[in-house]
Design a protein around this ligand. Structure first.
Ligand code: ZN
Ligand code: ZN
Length: 367
């Protein structure tokens, strides 16, 4: 089983260069941590054993379980509520979500369940910023001067966002009905109004049985703040690229601590499992349509992982307002809030009305 990590073990081991003493940072897309000053690099060793799934029941029983957890330094944003762990070599201390300044003296220590795995950053900060700029240039209906918005690259920060993943063996006995469609032709009306119509009917037959299967990697968000959620549009990571956890992957990045407890995450995963069970049952019943009258859901061999996934977050100011945008640190997919130009939209609508008016006019004229 997993070897318990003693709470005294800290992630605060300095990752500094053996040549010049400067801070080392994780190099996106590689297995290296490098020195920005002299170019020295070190390989991040892969730990094959650390990839184990953890037994769920054990952790749900022992709230704040000491095993497989360690102490990390945390900064809490008073403005939006995000808990973030900032590696010591991060220069500007601002909340990744709301850019509120954070004070290093407010740092406190907290236990967390050590992540089982991490998808390391694949894009570097420069690339993420470039994606953002291209996105701004390609926006429809955006004000012309948006390109001149205050976009400072140093506020584009790499953040490891916490997620829970759950695995379980699912078994669901059920009772329901299978519906098959058939068609009847009917005549309606009489005399001149007599017509035949084809109508769809359903024949129902009782059905019952049991579905079985493995529910793999149900991904559940473990972070919650006021506003500023990671948008669904970019929340798609290739989990095949998960690496066993090593704090070196965090060097130079901000890591958020889960604010949704394991118990709540598990509840959400269970609801998702029920949805999966319903889909399996419908497929098992077959036919054109199905009714489920009763079902049970048994989950066994439940395991979970705490994983970290990479996102770049930034905000830009336009016309005195703040807009956030998010870039998936693995795929480069972007999504963000954006301003609309009132005049561009207004003129487009006006043009649309004019074209319509011309069409109507021509249509009437040549009728
Ligand atoms: Zn160096
Ligand atoms: Zn904040």
């Amino acid at each position: 089983m997993d070897s318990p990590t003693t709470p005294s073990q800290s992630s605060e081991r300095k990752k500094s260069c053996v040549n010049c003493g400067a801070a080392l940072t994780y190099e996106p897309g590689t297995d290296l941590i490098t020195c920005d000053y002299c170019g020295h690099n070190e390989t991040i060793e892969q730990d094959q054993n650390a990839f184990d799934e953890l037994e769920l029941n054990k952790y749900l029983k022992e709230v704040g379980a000491q095993s497989h957890s360690m102490e990390i330094s945390m900064l809490h944003c008073k403005n939006c509520g995000a808990n973030q762990h900032i590696e010591e070599n991060y220069k500007s201390l601002h909340c990744v979500y709301c850019t509120m300044p954070l004070i290093i003296e407010d740092q406190y220590h907290e236990q967390w369940i050590v992540p089982g795995a991490v998808v390391p950053f694949k894009l570097d900060q420069k690339k993420a910023h470039q994606i953002f700029k291209n996105w701004v240039d390609g926006l429809w209906w955006a004000p012309n001067n948006l390109q001149r918005a205050t976009i400072s690259p140093e506020f584009t920060k790499g953040l490891y966002v916490p997620y829970w993943t759950f695995d379980a063996q699912l078994r669901s006995p059920y009772r329901g009905e299978r519906g098959d469609y058939y068609y009847v032709t009917r005549t309606t009306g009489s005399g001149k109004n007599k017509r035949t119509v084809r109508e769809r009917r359903t024949s129902w037959k009782p059905a019952s049985g049991e579905v079985n299967g493995f529910v793999d990697d149900t991904l559940v968000k473990a972070s919650k703040q006021r506003g500023n959620q990671i948008p669904k549009q970019i929340s798609n990571w290739n989990l095949k690229e998960l690496k066993s956890f090593n704090t070196k992957y965090l060097a130079g990045y901000v890591t958020e601590k889960y604010t949704i407890p394991l118990k709540d995450g598990h509840l959400e995963a269970t609801q998702e499992a029920e949805q999966i069970a319903r889909n399996w049952i419908r497929r098992d019943i077959g036919g054109d349509t199905q009714r489920i009258h009763a079902m049970e859901m048994h989950l066994s061999e439940e395991t979970f992982k705490h994983i970290l996934l990479p996102v770049y977050i930034s905000s830009y100011n336009y016309d005195g307002k703040k807009y956030n945008f998010f870039v998936n640190g693995q795929s480069g997919k972007i999504h963000g809030k954006r301003p609309y130009s009132f005049w561009k939209i207004f003129l487009a609508i006006l043009a649309g009305i004019l074209i319509l008016a011309v069409i109507v006019f021509l249509f009437n004229k040549y009728q």
